[in-house]
Write a protein that binds this ligand. Structure first.
Ligand code: C2E
Ligand code: C2E
Ligand code: C2E
Length: 86
């Protein structure tokens, strides 16, 4: 079934993120870019972010954290394993 559990380990695929249209992923892409800037972490293919950040992003996307997790998996930005087993 389509899960509604939020991801627990959030490792964003930055290469996939760049391939998606800005009208879909714009807010997420800007959020990830801001975290990269704060960390000085520009060289990775992936970016690990806080569970707390998923909650903030869910508010921006007007979804629950679980719904946003499903969306990010659909986009290929998170791997399917990001969704915890229920
Ligand atoms: P891991 O967490 O499974 O991460 C595997 C690899 O994914 C990392 O190899 C790195 O190349 C990439 N990666 C994951 N998250 C990020 C990110 O936010 N930014 C960037 N630039 N790359 C990321 P790496 O760096 O050789 O680390 C190997 C393992 O060492 C990690 O496996 C993790 O177990 C540990 N590690 C590294 N940094 C941290 C950390 O800040 N906190 C903790 N708890 N473990 C860390
Ligand atoms: P901060 O939150 O005051 O964190 C200071 C430092 O504590 C971080 O420096 C990092 O070395 C360490 N730290 C805090 N929480 C974690 C954690 O969950 N895992 C790991 N591995 N280290 C942690 P850093 O990385 O240079 O970040 C500087 C500042 O940039 C942070 O200050 C925070 O304000 C912001 N930042 C960086 N990455 C993130 C993020 O993923 N999400 C959010 N919300 N802010 C972030
Ligand atoms: P991680 O470094 O393996 O940390 C796993 C969890 O341990 C974090 O989940 C957080 O709950 C706790 N934790 C680790 N370091 C700290 C700390 O300094 N202070 C506090 N209060 N808790 C800490 P969370 O927050 O979901 O973060 C997931 C991953 O995102 C971290 O895995 C790390 O790879 C990355 N991350 C988060 N914040 C930062 C940051 O400020 N800087 C960097 N470089 N990486 C971060």
């Amino acid at each position: 079934p389509s899960g509604s559990e939020p991801a627990t380990k959030i490792v964003i695929n930055l290469e996939r993120l760049q391939q998606l249209p800005a009208d879909k992923v714009g807010p997420l892409a800007r959020y990830a870019a801001a975290i990269q800037s704060q960390r000085g972490d520009y060289n990775g293919k992936v970016l690990s972010i806080r569970a707390e950040d998923l909650r903030s992003l869910a508010i921006i996307y007007d979804k629950s954290p679980g719904e946003l997790t499903d969306q990010l998996i659909d986009w290929g930005v998170l791997p399917p394993e990001a969704r915890p087993a229920t």
